[in-house]
Ligand binder design. Structure first.
Ligand code: GGG
Length: 352
């Protein structure tokens, strides 16, 4: 099969980890006789530096014309302590999701057995945890009206959801639950927020179409607690943009590290595949970033966008084998296991 992939590495360790992702794509192409061609495009701080715009029009055009996007990360510390910055790297990521209509962000929380001891959560609580998050990606407080009033002394962001936005992510999440353990947990804050009351109303309506799926609703504060207390109780979790952003960073500790969590952003057009982690400037250029989230994002791309299930399984199996052989990047190393071999980003890529 021929496929054209746009690589948008972005900022910080995005460059290092997408390079490994692309190597894995090349290895798959060679092994399974596919032809993958690549283009690159700018986003985030890198795009601001080159063009003044965090999401240049050319990036959107190239992305729309591609079969899939391999994405790295956006962000730069210089903006974090500058609240007055009008142009920010993150606008690039939000902009491409909106421009491509990528409303569903799938974030599998997969715990490889070999990493049981890498987590700070007790193994007996973790073993067997397998969660698929659906984070809504183009609505909520990230896209609602915002601004300042009272001469800049009052600031507001609006949490806003429309019925159709909740319906379409709910359908994706229920469909996924039907292929798994048929359990769905919807997370909101309906005891306080009106947008959450609409969210819950719509989930309850869609649930009637899926009588086999056992549905529960949790407030986001309780869900945050239950994720750590009893992660095995969750199968599919569906939630809004902000709650999903926060809960999946928390849930990364179930998988051992942020460096292990891949994601797929899908909608009606080209899919975008990215690690959930950010640009991590504290370790940029040191060659120590964990590339496995990028590698596992490639597996999601092969499966979801290209329908290449065997190829996707081969990538996941390669990660499993490398971990079984004791290879670790430093974020997933267990100091009490001296037999482990600590590798840098490129070395880990070579092992995969
Ligand atoms: N690869 C994910 C990434 O770059 N995250 C940084 C970021 O801006 N995240 C905001 C979000 O995911 O909504």
């Amino acid at each position: 099969m021929k496929k054209h992939i746009v690589v948008i590495a972005g900022d910080g360790i995005g460059q290092e980890v997408t390079a490994v992702g692309q190597q894995v794509l090349d290895a798959i192409a060679a092994k399974y006789n596919h032809e993958f061609t690549y283009d690159t495009a700018l986003i985030g701080h890198a795009a601001i530096e080159a063009t003044g715009n965090p999401i240049p029009e050319e990036t959107i055009t190239k992305s729309k014309a591609s079969d899939a996007i391999l994405f790295g990360a956006v962000g730069h510390p210089k903006y974090d302590n500058d609240p007055s910055a009008k142009v920010r790297p993150e606008q690039g990521l939000l902009g491409i999701r909106k421009a491509l209509g990528l409303y569903a962000n799938l974030r599998p929380i997969k715990l490889f057995d070999e990493l049981l001891s890498a987590s700070s959560i007790r193994p007996e609580i973790l073993k067997g945890a397998d969660i698929l998050f659906f984070r809504e990606l183009t609505g909520d407080v990230y896209f609602g009206e915002r601004g300042r009033k009272d001469e800049g002394n009052t600031a507001y962001d609006t949490m806003i959801y429309s019925r159709y936005e909740v319906e379409r992510i709910a359908i994706k999440a229920f469909d996924a639950a039907m292929t798994r353990r048929k359990k769905l947990c919807s997370v909101d804050k309906a005891n306080v927020l009106e947008s959450s009351r609409l969210w819950r109303e719509v989930i309850q309506e869609i649930a009637h179409r899926y009588p086999e799926v056992e549905v529960e609703h949790q407030f986001v504060d309780a869900a945050a607690m239950l994720l750590i207390k009893d992660p095995k109780r969750f199968d599919v979790v569906v939630t809004g943009n902000l709650f999903g952003d926060i809960l999946t960073d928390e849930a990364s500790q179930i998988a051992g590290s942020m460096g292990m969590l891949a994601s797929a952003s899908i909608g009606d057009t080209t899919g975008l595949y990215e690690p959930i982690h950010g640009s991590a400037h504290d370790i940029t250029g040191k060659g120590v970033a964990n590339p496995l989230a990028s590698v596992l994002s490639v597996a999601l791309m092969l499966d979801i966008s290209f329908g290449m299930k065997a190829e996707a399984d081969a990538v996941v199996n390669a990660v499993d084998s490398v971990l079984k052989a004791g290879f670790r990047t430093r974020d997933i190393a267990d100091p009490s296991t001296p037999a482990e071999k600590i590798l840098g980003t490129e070395q880990m890529g070579a092992q995969i």
